[in-house]
Design a protein around this ligand. Sequence first.
Ligand SMILES: NC(=O)c1ccc[n+]([C@@H]2O[C@H](COP(=O)([O-])OP(=O)(O)OC[C@H]3O[C@@H](n4cnc5c(N)ncnc54)[C@H](OP(=O)(O)O)[C@@H]3O)[C@@H](O)[C@H]2O)c1
Length: 252
Amino acid sequence: MKRIALVTGATGSIGEEFVSRIEETEEVDEIWAVGRNREKLENLCKDHGKVRAVEADLANDGIECIKKKLSSEEVDVKILVNNAGVAYMGLFENMKPEEIDKFIKVNCTVPAELISVTLPYMNRGARIINISSASSFQPNPYLSLYSSSKVFLRNLSRAVNVELKAKGITSTAVCPGFVDTGMLPETKDGKKIRYAGLISAKKVVKLALHDSKKGKDMSVPGFSAKYFRCYSKITPTSIVMKQWCLGVKKYL
Ligand SMILES: NC(=O)c1ccc[n+]([C@@H]2O[C@H](COP(=O)([O-])OP(=O)(O)OC[C@H]3O[C@@H](n4cnc5c(N)ncnc54)[C@H](OP(=O)(O)O)[C@@H]3O)[C@@H](O)[C@H]2O)c1
């Protein structure tokens, strides 16, 4: 029986960091790296001996492709990392219904389905890691669909963690603030954007794997996200949103 880790969004910055660190520190035989970008997937295979590329579009039939692969091999899923995600910063009214549909599919439906699809292949000690965001701590205007989708994932992750306790399987919601990855635009009007509390993908992934190993249901990396979490708990939401609106203007 092959021990595997399955990482979605493996072609992105945080995903690639998960692949590297899992290869270095976890006892798995293969890492199934899911992504759409074939060239990046090929490079991952070249750089990491344990990687097996799974080319799949999660906004379309990607989940079916993963299901088929799981059922065609004898696998023991040790780690599932629900990391693939999309973001949109701007007015909600500018999003078309079909864009909203795909957005929700990648950020919410697919992570939920992947948990369901991989659970039959998990045993005691298996770990689920869901990449939510600090934007799940409060409603974020101009990031409205994104922050809402991350609330879904955080709540699902924590609730499932409780349900799976008896089986010895953990589920950890990872909630970073701004992370230095390709997801964030670098410049606005030719000027470099400075993101408050920006941290590296390395820091996020190191803590996420550590916290999931300890069985924690939340992993909040960096001072800024930790502060934001407490602040959002004790401050009226209308005030938090007003302050967010003042800060977000420089990114729009
Ligand atoms: N960067 C931040 O500030 C930040 C903060 C908090 C949370 N996060 C979360 O961290 C996760 C990783 O993001 P990142 O910052 O590493 O961004 P990234 O470099 O843009 O990575 C996004 C990943 O998602 C994959 N993806 C997107 N749509 C897909 C689809 N339809 N099918 C398959 N894969 C798809 C991309 O794959 P392809 O390139 O192959 O299409 C890529 O590997 C996301 O869930 C994000 O919301 C990021």
